[in-house]
Write a protein that binds this ligand. Structure first.
Ligand SMILES: Cc1cc2nc3c(=O)[nH]c(=O)nc-3n(C[C@H](O)[C@H](O)[C@H](O)COP(=O)(O)OP(=O)(O)OC[C@H]3O[C@@H](n4cnc5c(N)ncnc54)[C@H](O)[C@@H]3O)c2cc1C
Length: 375
C-alpha cells in the first residue's frame, strides 16, 4: 500500500465513525493539517520561535518529559502518529514509544511541518530529495573547489589529540606517524566512542560525553531478482523495534530487516530493469552496536527476505553506530546545552552529529550558528 494511503486510512479509523468510512480518504487531510497546525502552536508555546537547529532549553520540562507517543496522546495529536512513524521512526530517530519527545520536537521544527504541508498542497517543494550522483559527490566537489585554500589529508588515522597549552594532533598516514600543530582543534568525531583519543580530556567533558547513547542502523547492499511489485522504497513498520533471534542462534535477539531502497529506481528511474535489482536493506536496533551483532544481523536479513524474493546475494554490509543522543535523564539535566558551554574552551570546538543530531543538514547548521563560537 502507498504510504500516503496508509496514513489516510489509519487516520480515518481514528477520526471517523464506521458509517462514514465510504467517504473519500483524502478528506482526512483536513484533520491531519489541523493537527499539524496545533503541533506547531504547541512547539512555539514550549520553545518560543527559533531558527532550525538545537532548540533552546525549555523552561518547563514537564510539558515534554515523556516519550514521543505519550506527548502526542497528552496533547490530543494521536492522529499524527502514522505521519511521525515514517518521518521520525523509519529515519532511525528512535522508536516513537521510547524516544524522548524532545527529539521528535527537535527534528520536527515548525519550518519542516510547514514545508510538508505546503508540499502536500502542491507548492512544488520537494519533501525528500536525493543527490543524483550520490552523497560522496558532494564532498568530492567541496574538496575540489577549496583545494587551493585547504590542505586536505585523507586516509589518515588520528591516534591522539592534546589541546593545551597548544594543539597537537598525532596521526598515522601511509604507515608513518606524524604530528600536526594547530591553534584550534575542531572535533567532528563520535565522542561517545572516540573521546579517549583526546588525551587531555577534562573530567567535565568525560562526564558529559560518557552519557551519550546511540542506536544501531545496519545497511546491507544486496542483489535480488526484480519482483512484480518493485518500488523505490518499501517499509515494514511493525518489524521495527521488534527484534528476533535468528534460527539456531542463542543470545539476544537482533533487528529484523524493516525496509529497503531500490538504488536503480531512486537514482535512475528511467533505466529499465534487467531482471536483477540492487537494493539497500535497513535494520535498526534501539541500542548501540554490540560485538557479534554483525553476523546475527546478516543471518536475520538472509532468513527474512520474505518480500517476494527467492534468494538474495549480499555484496556489502555495514553496521553503523547511529543517532548519538542523551536519555531522558540526561536531557532533564540539560547535558545538550552544557556542550554549548564547552565550545571554545581548551582551544576546542565540538561539531558533528554526536553533539548535535544525526542528519547532515542539522549537523552542518551547528557550526554555522552561534553555537560554536570558535568558528
Ligand atoms: C545509513 C545512514 C543513512 C543516512 N542517511 C542520511 C540522509 O539520507 N540524509 C542525511 O542528511 N543524513 C543521513 N545520515 C546521517 C549523516 O550521514 C550523518 O549525520 C553525518 O554523516 C554526520 O556527520 P559527522 O561529520 O558528524 O560524522 P561522520 O560522517 O560519521 O564523520 C566522522 C568521521 O570521523 C572519522 N574518524 C573517526 N575516528 C577517526 C580517527 N581516529 N582518525 C581519523 N578519522 C576518524 C570517521 O571515519 C568518519 O569519517 C545517514 C547516516 C547513516 C549511517
Amino acid at each position: 500500500m502507498d504510504y500516503q494511503d496508509r496514513v489516510l486510512e489509519e487516520v480515518e479509523m481514528k477520526t471517523t465513525w464506521k458509517c462514514c468510512r465510504c467517504l473519500p480518504d483524502s478528506l482526512q487531510n483536513v484533520p491531519i493539517f489541523s493537527a499539524l497546525i496545533k503541533y506547531n502552536q504547541l512547539h512555539e508555546s514550549i520553545f518560543g520561535k527559533f531558527p532550525y537547529g538545537l532548540p533552546p532549553k525549555p523552561k518547563d520540562w514537564s510539558k515534554i518529559d515523556m516519550t514521543a507517543t505519550e506527548f502526542l496522546k497528552k496533547n490530543g495529536l494521536e492522529i499524527l502518529e502514522p505521519v511521525f512513524l515514517y518521518t521520525q521512526q523509519v529515519q532511525g530517530y528512535g522508536l516513537l514509544d521510547q524516544i524522548p519527545a524532545f527529539y521528535l520536537l527537535w527534528w520536527h521544527h515548525p519550518d519542516v511541518i510547514n514545508g510538508t504541508v505546503r508540499g502536500f498542497l502542491g507548492s512544488g517543494e520537494y519533501l525528500v530529495s536525493v543527490l543524483k550522483n550520490g552523497y560522496q559527490s558532494l564532498w568530492k566537489k567541496m574538496v575540489e573547489r577549496h583545494s587551493t585554500e585547504v590542505n586536505y589529508i585523507t586516509g589518515a588515522k588520528v591516534t591522539g589529540v592534546k589541546r593545551t597549552p597548544t594543539v597537537e594532533v598525532k596521526y598515522m598516514h601511509a604507515g608513518v606517524e606524524k604530528t600536526l600543530e594547530a591553534d584550534i582543534f575542531i572535533s567532528a568525531i563520535d565522542l561517545r566512542r572516540f573521546r579517549n583519543l583526546i588525551t587531555d580530556l577534562d573530567p567535565e567533558e568525560e562526564q558529559l560525553f560518557g552519557r551519550l547513547t546511540s542506536s544501531s542502523l545496519t545497511t546491507t547492499l544486496y542483489k535480488g531478482k526484480t519482483t512484480e511489485h518493485e518500488h523505490t522504497v518499501e517499509w515494514w513498520f511493525s518489524r521495527m523495534g521488534n527484534p528476533v533471534s535468528p534460527p539456531g542462534s542463542t543470545g539476544k535477539p537482533v533487528a529484523q530487516f524493516y525496509g529497503h531502497r531500490n538504488s536503480r529506481m531512486v537514482a535512475r528511474p528511467s533505466m529499465p530493469s534487467n531482471g536483477v535489482e540492487l537494493r539497500v536493506a535497513y535494520q535498526y536496533m534501539d541500542r548501540p552496536i554490540e560485538s557479534g551483532d554483525a553476523s546475527k544481523l546478516l543471518t536475520t536479513l538472509e532468513n527474512l527476505t520474505t518480500a517476494g524474493e527467492e534468494k538474495v546475494d549480499v555484496l556489502l554490509q555495514k553496521p553503523w553506530d547511529y543517532f548519538s543522543r542523551f536519555d531522558a535523564q540526561g536531557l532533564r539535566e540539560g547535558l545538550l546545552w552544557k556542550i554549548l558551554d564547552l565550545q571554545g574552551q581548551r582551544n576546542t570546538g565540538f561539531i558533528g552529529s554526536s553533539v548535535c543530531f544525526e542528519h547532515s543538514f542539522v549537523a552542518l547548521s551547528l557550526p554555522r550558528s552561534a553555537q560554536c563560537p570558535c568558528l
